[in-house]
Ligand binder design. Structure first.
Ligand SMILES: O=C(O)C(=O)C[C@]1(C(=O)O)C=C[C@@H](O)C=C1
Length: 429
């Protein structure tokens, strides 16, 4: 059984990663798993529920075999702008060389013992010599990877197979940050991440906007006319819906986990009739040809990502900041809450850049009796959906006007959480 793992200390530098073939290996994404201590070979009562065990259980890097442990002789620490790759201890497969294990036909068994937490684990203070590890959803070549490296140049991007895994990677110290998409100028909001922001204990510490330039990729020699299927991330498919039709590609369009994963899939399966929509970098990484370049329906296509961390940053008032909040209306306030909240910002001259609503899962419906009293004599029960409202406003929490606005918002809400107060992305497009 083949053990598959890339060990490169900097994901980008891995040759195996950049020129993959069926036999070669590279970074595989961290996959989601449900942690069951009793199922873990590391289970020793209470000890088994610690971080190292979670990592052993969750960092399964291949669907075939490898069980990966993250070895931290020195705990992960970081600074935002790069570090010394040589100092970083990357993932290992039980200290074995994966290729020799594969040749010997061995099944690898995790032998990594839980590591005790150290003081360094508990300190957010960066230490030089370590690269910041940044989780993103997808595989190398995904736009989210590009966003991660735009947000944190010189970081070590850590691929995760699902958005939730990227959240967990930060919460459980497998990564120092996550960079995740929240909205696209063509496809709209990425609701899943709004929902996850509420469920996980992480903070928004920044935002990054990335122009998304989509390409149609196929195996070398394949012509457009031979295609019967186009695969990609649903957002990417929707971002070039019209252009595909204009190109005469009225073929099946199938959703995939991420754009680069679709490209990889075409190569891994030698698909002559299938194209992937992905980045030019994905074409390079996986050895595909670019059949059409810039196929997004709008040339200004842009995705906004948020940067997440375990700790919030200290808000400042000396540069443009944005603050993201989420709230649920207090029941007795009725349906007027949203307008009252908007007014709390308007009277302080605070601009709102985004508002999003998501259904309230525990309390989906609000009933209002005697609707007939104001409804032209038609008696009955009015039923409204109950929402969690997400608002981004243009001010720093360090500013008294923002603090006062939030104090007022709190009056009308049964739940209010600040997701983060962070510098706005001011980089030129
Ligand atoms: O599939 C990718 O490459 C991603 O990074 C994901 C994603 C998304 O979730 O919206 C990110 C940016 C693009 O808008 C298309 C897809």
């Amino acid at each position: 059984m083949a053990a598959v793992l890339a060990t490169a200390t900097t994901g980008h530098k891995s040759i195996r990663m950049t020129v993959p073939s069926a036999k070669q290996t590279r970074w595989s994404p961290i996959r989601r798993c449900v942690y069951r201590p009793e199922a873990s070979p590391l289970f020793h009562g209470a000890v088994a529920s610690n971080r190292a065990d979670w990592q052993s259980a969750c960092a399964i890097l291949s669907s075939k075999a490898a069980i990966v442990s993250w070895r931290h002789r020195q705990r992960p620490q970081h600074h935002d702008a790069g570090g010394d790759a040589g100092d970083h201890l990357g993932p290992v497969v039980n200290d074995h060389d994966s290729s020799s294990a594969a040749t010997a036909g061995l099944d690898l068994v995790p032998v990594q013992l839980p590591q005790p937490l150290t003081v360094a684990d508990l300190s957010p203070a960066p230490k030089h010599g370590f690269q910041l590890r940044v989780a993103y959803q997808g595989v190398p070549g995904a736009y989210s990877e590009a966003a991660a490296t735009k947000a944190y140049p010189n970081c070590e991007p850590i691929p995760c197979d699902q958005f939730e895994v990227a959240f967990q990677a930060v919460e459980f110290w497998v990564a120092d940050r996550a960079v995740l998409p929240v909205e696209n100028s063509l496809g709209g909001s990425i609701h899943r991440n709004y929902d996850l922001l509420l469920r996980h204990r992480v903070h928004i510490v920044g935002e990054v906007q990335l122009p998304v330039h989509l390409c149609l990729l196929a195996l070398p020699g394949v012509r457009k006319e031979e295609l019967t299927r186009v695969i990609s991330h649903p957002q990417a498919l929707s971002q070039c819906e019209h252009t595909l039709t204009a190109l005469g590609l009225n073929v099946a369009r199938d959703a995939f986990d991420d754009t680069a994963g679709a490209a990889e899939y075409v190569v891994a399966n030698g698909l002559q009739d299938t194209a992937a929509i992905a980045s030019a970098r994905a074409a390079e990484l996986y050895g595909l040809e670019v059949l059409a370049d810039g196929i997004q329906d709008d040339q200004g296509n842009m995705t906004r990502f948020v940067m997440l961390a375990r700790e919030p940053i200290v808000p400042r008032a000396d540069r443009p900041f944005k603050t993201s909040i989420v709230f649920v209306a207090r029941h007795r306030e009725g349906t007027s809450v949203l307008s009252k909240v908007l007014l709390a910002f308007a009277i302080r001259d605070i601009g709102l850049t985004k508002i999003e609503s998501r259904p309230h899962r525990q309390r989906p419906i609000r009933k209002e009796d005697e609707a007939g009293s104001s409804g032209g004599g038609v008696a009955g029960t009015a039923k409204h959906f109950e929402y969690a409202f997400y608002v981004d406003f243009q001010a720093s929490l360090a500013e008294p006007r923002a603090q006062n606005a939030l104090a007022e918002v709190q009056e009308f809400t049964s739940f209010l959480r600040v997701l983060g107060s962070y510098p706005m992305d001011m980089t030129p497009i």
